[in-house]
Design a binder for this molecule. Structure first.
Ligand code: FE
Length: 518
């Protein structure tokens, strides 16, 4: 927001707001549509905590709804708050290109960059973003040690119905380093978002009437099958940022996977977000008063985007089909069959977690154990035939296996961080048994931790396998950095999963009590 020069002059002269234009006439109704964390979910999909029978989301449905809203009110804008890459296989197999291409059909007015846009390395980011036909904004991810942004577009200004809307893009520094594999961001660095937010607000003061911030920050959302409802807690970083830096009219935020059925208010900033994966298209309607230079009323709605209620936008649907055809040969290869679904859990042992950890250990059987992060498991696999496509969608990262030697004390520390449940527990391979108590203080929740029925010895060295992401301390699992020895391999985890599952004509998942709550 800026202080309106027109308003100041009128105020100083003490006369005639009414002579120029009546406040009622000058109110502008603007609709702001928003998404975040679309995660390459091009197709409608099942979200168990929304409905077991009805599909939600899908880019062809989003496109239709955006077009309908823009037709109904020309003063409509559509923004996305990042993490459009990484989800179903189409993103991994095309390094995000397919996603950008399909997003070109969504009538987007701007999007910001999320951490997952770096999943195929920092050099890939501008390569793919150049293919976007909508503005992408980010103002605080720089080439390492340089003055140059990785994507030189900190903000864009949209002119609409006589109003100038400045749209700034930023990435939270904490989220950047917390959730991106070190190897993927060697050439870039995220700098303090608060400093850059202040700078851009100052620059926009004279150029924009309204300021919208698209930001990707905070704590990552749960990748589990249950929704999380503690809106304020999950969006605390956003509330704090608005409190620290005045001047943002609207903040559209991503990363927490936390929808705002009601917009949050902090320091005069309206904060909104969706629950992710395109399950909702957020709609914030505002009444902007140009003379008062402020939003005088707002209404936010966050309804599920049910596939059976919206017709596909044909151009978008066609583009999706073209991309799927391109990768069909790879994705339709059959690997094994499963009698029940491989599901995930953030706070407990899961069938998917067991399988991935066992697959890693299968690649290097001389090791004691393998661990993988719950947050890296992105999609369940339904019962029936398991294809390569299913496996890539379940684990859509190009992560490789790293071999580490860690003390029992380090392992305890890692499992404690998992049991804090800020980033999800570590999923473990066969033979590991962990018991934790969620009611105990963070840092002392593990009540027992055994390897092959023996309690872990804090002084003993264990041979541990994990991903490069965790080995570098990703998701806050910093104790991996204390490893007494470490060796990279080029063995991809997806490949390990495929090789392991191929040894079974039918893979029968079973929960063994590897991780229990006491
Ligand atoms: Fe994110």
């Amino acid at each position: 927001m800026r202080t309106s020069l027109v308003f100041l002059l009128l105020w100083v002269s003490g006369t005639a707001a009414a002579q120029i234009v009546s406040p009622a006439d000058s109110t502008k109704k603007i609709t702001i549509l928003y998404t975040n964390d679309l995660h390459a979910h091009l197709d409608p999909h099942r979200v168990p905590w929304i409905s077991n029978t009805r599909l939600v989301g899908g880019f062809a449905n989003i496109a239709t709804r955006v077009k309908q809203e823009k037709a109904a009110n020309p003063n409509t804008l559509y923004f996305d708050a990042g993490d459009f890459f990484t989800g179903p296989f189409i993103s991994s197999l095309t390094k995000g290109e397919a996603v950008i291409n399909v997003m070109n059909y969504l009538s987007l007015d701007a999007a910001c960059i999320g951490n997952h846009e770096f999943d195929h390395g920092w050099e890939n980011v501008p390569v793919q973003l150049k293919k976007a036909r909508f503005p992408v904004v980010n103002g605080n991810i720089f080439l390492k040690g340089k003055k140059k942004l990785i994507w030189n577009n900190p903000y864009t200004i949209i002119q609409m119905d006589g109003i100038r809307i400045g749209v700034i893009g930023l990435h939270g520094k904490f989220a950047f380093y917390d959730t991106i594999a070190d190897e993927m961001i060697q050439g870039v660095e995220a700098r303090d978002e608060e400093i850059y937010l202040k700078k851009y607000i100052k620059e926009l003061r004279k150029k924009a009437d309204l300021i919208i911030l698209l930001v990707h920050q905070g704590i990552p959302g749960r990748q589990s099958s249950t929704g999380s409802t503690d809106v304020a807690r999950n969006l605390q970083r956003d509330i704090d940022l608005a409190a620290a830096i005045p001047g943002i009219d609207i903040m559209i935020t991503g990363h927490a996977h936390q929808g705002t059925p009601q917009a949050l208010l902090s320091n005069g900033t309206i904060i909104v977000s969706t629950d992710a994966l395109g399950s909702e298209l957020g709609k914030l309607e505002i009444n902007y008063h140009p003379v008062k230079d402020k939003i005088i009323a707002h209404k936010n709605t966050l309804g599920y985007l049910f596939d059976d209620e919206v017709a596909d936008d044909s151009a978008t649907a066609e583009a999706i089909l073209v991309w799927k055809e391109k990768v069909k040969k790879i994705t339709e290869e059959e690997v094994t069959t499963i009698p029940v679904a491989l599901t995930r859990s953030y706070g407990e042992e899961s069938l998917m977690g067991d399988m991935v950890a066992d697959a890693i250990l299968y690649a290097y059987p001389g090791f004691d154990l393998a661990v993988t992060n719950s947050g890296g498991l992105r999609q369940d696999i339904e019962a029936g035939t398991v294809t390569t496509g299913n496996i890539i969608s379940a684990f859509p990262f190009p992560n490789t296996i790293h071999q580490l030697e860690l003390t029992g004390a380090d392992l305890y520390e890692l499992f404690e961080h998992g049991a804090a449940l800020t980033n999800g527990i570590l999923q473990v391979s066969k033979g590991v048994e962990i018991v934790y108590n969620e009611t105990l203080p963070v840092g002392s929740r593990i009540t027992s931790c055994k390897l092959n029925t023996e309690e872990l010895n804090r002084n003993k060295i264990y041979k541990v396998l994990t991903s490069n992401f965790l080995a570098d301390g990703g998701d806050g699992f910093l104790a991996f950095k204390k490893a007494v020895s470490r060796k990279k391999t080029t063995h991809e985890i997806v490949q390990a999963m495929i090789s392991y599952l191929k040894t079974f004509k039918e893979y029968k998942p079973i929960l063994e009590g590897r991780i229990k709550k006491s």
